[in-house]
Design a protein around this ligand. Structure first.
Ligand code: HEM
Length: 499
């Protein structure tokens, strides 16, 4: 019996050992594994990533490795070290991670060089159509579409009556306006009408899908998530090529992507549609909550709101001009660029609400150089992660980090760009859009459209928070995935302004 027992015990400890995972080697950062096999620290991290990381930083210093759902993630907590991680091109790869997670989430086959030769490179190149000269036409188109939605939904007879307040939920308001205006700007409008039929249903389905987004990103199989698969199919079907081909005023960016997909015989129509759906998520998933927070902070601070309103009036040379429901406003890209206070307000609200994680995958075992003297050993397949929310909330970099300050990013009448840690100027001090080669290609458009949305609001309407509400707080359950949503919606009222 004894040899068999020994063998069984040996096997058991081997299995437990495998489940417990690896041990720290010389030169590697402190390793935190937790006691639950495979899961490691996933539950604690998922509950409140920011607090988890801050507590571990106090205990283990500014670099440590955590086992999270079978993966080993090395967090670099000191923002002075960010530049060295961001510039590590060859050994640290972004696309390995996104290339697996995005197809799983949005339901298209992985874009590998074997399945679709050259497609990944062409997709990356198409991102230029969100910037440069293309940004000007995108921005103009967005202005027209915002005015269209505002005019038909919010500047109509009933809200137009002077002195007549209308009370609504703020997130719902931002979502309905921005979702549709962005959709029209990106994908165009139907052949015979200025707006798509059934946009409300599309948006409701999108919200249902979006609620499941964190679970899909965590690679939970979609069949475990109730109706999500059917809802995703409905959303994807909206973008089938025979439908899209009848739309007009489609952005150059989306037209280019459609042309690219046509080059691949192996790509099914439903896969092309799923790629378009992924871009819908990228273009509204973060922008809507970003609009909410910028609007919320401005409406909660009436003096700040008035400073921004006067700035917009000055830039437009419209002081004293009465805005009525039959007067359209346009703001060119150049005018938007001059709105310093509005930009500071948006950047400050992004700082307060963004919790994205920048992820790179180590392509080999190597010594990751952190600065002149320091390096740490990382293993092939490990994830190196930056978590900029810790920097955004660092009181040494940002005095009273929990407070919204309108002029946080303004100094001597210009944009303030110098922020310090340990007496050293930071190269990276605000990172809602990621970093390096994987940085969000839609960031300039996003800032422009948020500026346009807020400008229209401030020019046309008086805005007030409803009394008796508690302060809006961020819902941390989506930490790591971008701009956080509010825990609960907020009520506000608005009426057409009289000068
Ligand atoms: C406030 C609004 C937005 C925020 C905070 C945001 C943030 C981000 C972040 C954090 C990433 C990942 C970067 C990384 O991992 O390093 C990303 C990627 C991306 N974003 Fe945005 N984004 C916003 C708006 C937009 C808009 C309006 C568009 C398009 C019109 C867009 C298109 C994309 C695309 C296509 C990618 C994937 C890039 C790639 O695969 O390399 N984003 N965004």
């Amino acid at each position: 019996m004894a040899p068999l027992l020994l063998l069984l015990l040996g096997l058991l400890s081997l299995i437990l050992g495998l489940l417990r995972g690896r041990n720290r080697r010389d030169g590697e950062p402190p390793l935190i594994k937790g006691w639950i096999p495979f899961v490691g620290k996933a539950l604690e991290f998922g509950r409140d990533a920011h607090t988890f990381l801050e507590e571990h930083k106090k205990k283990f210093g500014d670099i440590f490795t955590v086992k999270i759902a079978g993966k080993y993630m090395t967090f670099i907590m000191d923002p002075l070290l960010y530049p060295n991680i961001i510039k590590h091109g060859r050994q640290l790869d972004f696309h390995e991670f996104s290339g697996k997670v995005a197809p799983f989430t949005f339901g298209y086959p992985p874009v590998t060089s074997r399945n679709f030769p050259g497609l990944q490179e062409q997709i990356s190149r198409s991102f230029q159509l969100l910037q440069g000269d293309s940004l000007t036409s995108l921005t103009e188109s967005m202005m027209g579409n915002l005015m269209l939605v505002f005019r038909q939904d919010h500047l109509g007879e009933r809200t137009g009556e002077e002195g007549d307040w209308k009370s609504v939920s703020m997130y719902e308001f931002c979502n309905s306006v921005m979702f549709e205006a962005t959709f029209l700007t990106m994908y165009g409008r139907p052949a015979s009408s200025s707006r798509h039929h059934g946009m409300g249903v599309l948006r409701e389905d999108f919200v249902k899908f979006d609620n499941m987004f964190p679970l899909l990103i965590a690679q939970i199989p979609i069949w475990l998530l109730g109706q999500t698969k059917a809802i995703r199919k409905k959303l994807i079907d909206y973008f089938l090529p025979h439908k899209m081909s009848s739309w007009s005023n489609t952005s150059q960016f989306i037209r280019r992507r459609s042309e690219l997909f046509e080059q691949y015989d192996t790509m099914r129509d439903v896969d092309k549609a799923a790629h378009h759906f992924a871009i819908l998520w990228a273009s509204v998933g973060n922008t809507v909550p970003a609009c909410f927070w910028a609007m919320y902070y401005l409406v909660s601070q009436p003096e700040a709101l008035e400073v921004v309103r006067q700035e917009i009036l000055d830039i437009l040379n419209l002081r004293g001009v009465k805005f009525s429901s039959d007067r359209d406003v346009t703001l060119s890209k150049e005018q938007l660029d001059k709105l310093l206070y509005l930009e500071s307000a948006i950047n400050e609200s992004l700082r307060l609400s963004s919790a994205s994680m920048n992820i790179r995958v180590a392509q080999e075992d190597f010594g990751l150089r952190l600065n002149g003297e320091r390096s740490v050993a990382v293993r092939k397949g490990d994830i190196i992660a930056l978590y900029p929310q810790s920097m955004h909330m660092d009181p040494e970099i940002y005095e009273e980090p929990q407070t919204f300050r309108l002029d946080r990013y303004i100094q001597d009448g210009r944009e303030k760009t110098d922020f310090y840690k340990d007496g050293q100027k930071l190269k990276y001090y605000r990172m809602p859009f990621g970093s390096g080669s994987s940085m969000c290609p839609g960031r300039y458009f996003a800032i422009n459209e948020i500026k346009q949305f807020l400008s229209i609001l401030l020019l046309y309407f008086d805005l007030q928070l409803e009394e008796g509400q508690t302060r809006a707080t961020v819902d941390s359950s989506r930490a790591g995935l971008g701009i956080l949503l509010p825990t609960t919606d907020v009520r506000f009222r608005y009426r057409l302004r009289t000068v």
